[in-house]
Design a protein around this ligand. Structure first.
Ligand code: ADP
Ligand code: MG
Ligand code: ZN
Length: 620
């Protein structure tokens, strides 16, 4: 039951109870028979005196007995009695005393009917107020307890040992550790210790981890807040939170203040839109004020992290603020091996499992992906009741991390299966027969994530740059599935839709961003800019004319149609291989590299992709 429904129920209950109370009060009305009797006795001269107290009438009779009767409120006694046919003369002859009404019930009967609605309203307001305040309170507490603190002797302390790869970043940060540990060493030489360092790197490269490791190495407290936390706050709360954080930090200096995802608040000012923009600016301003406010040697070092250094406000990067800028590169093969080893530590790996092989097969994986991969493999091993994590689980987890979990329940019917098989083999065969392509690692028609089937190529080296020729072939390879469907079945399915999206995106980038179209020349068309409050949408600032837009479209068309033609040619020319591999794939559902090469039985166009006889390591 949610809070709201509970409140509503309490309300209704309160209403019913109060309503009931009200009803009983009103029910306490005149006793008509007694009033009639009294009237009769007045008429027959049996009453010696009357006392009126509000609506209560007390009569003393000739025989000495008394009786209390309540009359209708409002009406006077004479009216009531005359209604009962009492002679007014008779009534007048009876000595009557009128007393101030008193007693709780009288007052209650007077006040409660008037007070109750007000009371109810009060309760209602109290409930509403409490609810609103509850939410408010959270924000208030946010403002007060600025950030999270990790004590220097925390149990799960992280040091540089826990961070693999990112060698240059570690070296630079070693200097920061030194500043924190031996500030006097530097101040003796009149050197100003930098106040801030900015960690830049794509998501999952270990920025947060590294910042914590600096605190761990220097053995100082670590205060951290995340820029994204500010976004949800009320105006003014973010700034006050920053203020409080720095107050606390200065008290525990030397220490590290870590502002994660600073791009959430530190975007260029004046480029946003919408109301909450103010909040962001205030928060950012407060960060700047605080950074300027403390002495360079106060022992507080601010580390910030971002994966979007390009959108940061230049004010953040001015000297005296984040003037150390540290780039975290994505891991290369050796880094990947080292990261995998760190995360394999507490997991029982079987002897056959080669971490190196895993590192080879995971180009493009970030540190976070690799950590995730190790974890998935361990979970898989547990589920299979194995005594250790074997290579089987490790390799399977690569695909799980890359494409999402296998969807066994997503059963394709025979037709769909056939189309999927030809589609995937289309990709694989085209790649296999293009001179710059990477070797095919795996072809499968087992659904994963959103894909019905998948083809994995693994680059043999870690490349930082790509050539136009490679991208042109990439387009053909991406259209291989579409081409196969068209040639084999004379029709296309929705299975090719994401391929088309990627192809179009790549072709557009080639033309407009990378200068890979001779006609359009070495120029960037359209400045891309994030519209912050429209989610992740990228808004393109069109800085070219309608005529140029047409030319761009033509160039994209040309790239795509040429790529498609090339893919179709390859498939038509190798129809035998197409059928052979597809049929095999339908039968076994997944072809690993070796099996694929065997069934294709055509040497790859790229000589680097020839299957080398793997040395089987024999250990005795
Ligand atoms: P970022 O902040 O750059 O997005 P994180 O520091 O949050 O990345 O990394 C997420 C997780 O990935 C870490 O907790 C760690 O387990 C793992 N990881 C990332 N990079 C590394 C690395 N270089 N060495 C070891 N583990 C890493
Ligand atoms: Mg992070
Ligand atoms: Zn496809």
């Amino acid at each position: 039951m949610t809070q709201t429904t509970r409140n509503i129920i309490i309300f209704i209950a309160a209403f019913v109870i109060m309503g009931g109370l009200l009803a009983t009060i009103n029910l306490e009305t005149t006793d008509q028979t007694d009033l009639a009797t009294l009237a009769n006795r007045v008429q027959s001269n049996e009453v010696t005196s009357l006392t009126i107290r509000g609506d209560e009438v007390e009569a003393v009779f000739t025989d000495g007995s008394t009786n209390k009767v309540t009359k209708e409120p409002g009406d006077s006694l004479s009216t009531v009695f005359s209604n009962y046919g009492v002679d007014p003369e008779k009534l007048r002859s009876i000595p009557t005393e009128v007393k101030e009404p008193s007693g709780f019930s009288y007052w209650a009967s007077l006040i409660i009917p008037n007070l109750l609605p007000i009371l109810l309203l009060g309760v209602l307001f109290w409930f509403i107020f409490r609810q609103v305040q509850g939410q408010n309170n959270k924000a208030m507490q946010f403002g007060q307890s600025a950030g999270h603190e990790i004590q220097k002797d925390a149990k799960d302390k992280v040091t540089f040992k826990d961070v693999a790869g990112v060698k240059e970043a570690k070296e630079e940060l070693l200097e920061v550790v030194d500043f924190l540990k031996h500030p006097d060493k530097f101040t003796k030489f009149g050197a100003k210790i930098p106040k801030g360092a900015l960690l830049m790197g794509s998501p999952g490269t270990g920025k947060t981890l590294l910042a914590r490791a600096v605190a761990g190495e220097a053995d100082v407290p670590f205060f951290h807040i995340s820029g994204s936390e500010f976004v949800e706050m009320f105006v003014g709360v973010g700034a006050s939170r920053v203020r409080d954080l720095f107050v606390r930090a200065k008290k525990s200096a030397p220490c590290i203040v870590f502002i994660d995802e600073i791009d959430a608040v530190g975007r260029q000012r004046g480029s946003g839109m919408g109301g909450s923009h103010d909040e962001r600016e205030q928060t950012l301003n407060q960060i700047l004020v605080e950074m300027d406010g403390f002495e360079p040697n106060a022992g507080v070092i601010v580390i910030a992290a971002t994966n979007r250094p390009d959108v940061l406000d230049p004010a953040l990067l001015r000297p005296g603020r984040f003037d150390r800028r540290i780039v975290l590169d994505p891991p290369d093969i050796n880094d990947r091996e080292a990261i995998l080893k760190i995360h394999a530590k507490k997991k029982p790996l079987s002897k056959n499992a080669s971490i190196r092989k895993l590192a080879e097969r995971t180009p493009g994986f970030s540190g976070a992906d690799l950590a995730n991969l190790m974890n998935e493999a361990a979970i898989l091993a547990v589920r299979r009741n194995k005594t250790s994590v074997t290579e089987e689980e490790l390799l399977e987890s690569i695909e799980k991390v890359m494409l999402g979990p296998e969807r066994k329940s997503h059963v394709l019917d025979e037709d769909e299966k056939k189309i999927t098989a030809y589609h995937e083999v289309g990709h694989a065969l085209v790649a296999h027969l293009l001179p710059h392509s990477d070797p095919i690692q795996k072809v499968s028609i087992i659904s994963r994530g959103r894909a019905a089937g998948y083809t994995i190529k693994t680059p043999t080296t870690d490349r930082k740059m790509r050539r136009r020729a490679e991208y042109v072939e990439e387009l053909s390879m991406m259209l291989g599935g579409y081409a196969a469907e068209q040639i084999i079945f004379g029709d296309v399915t929705t299975g090719a839709s994401s391929d088309m999206k990627e192809t179009t995106g790549l072709a557009r980038n080639m033309v407009t961003q990378w200068g890979m179209s001779t006609l359009m020349g070495p120029r960037v068309y359209g400045e891309r800019e994030d519209m912050i409050f429209l989610g992740r949408d990228i808004h393109e600032n069109r800085d070219y004319s309608e005529k140029v837009a047409e030319k761009i479209d033509d160039e994209i068309d040309k790239l795509i149609s040429e790529a498609l033609q090339r893919a179709k040619d390859i498939i038509t020319d190798n129809r035998d291989a197409m059928d052979r591999v597809s049929l095999k794939l339908l039968e076994v559902e997944t072809l690993e590299r070796e099996a694929f090469m065997e069934v294709v039985a055509i040497p790859p166009a790229n000589p680097n992709n020839v299957l080398k006889k793997e040395k089987k390591e024999v250990t005795e």
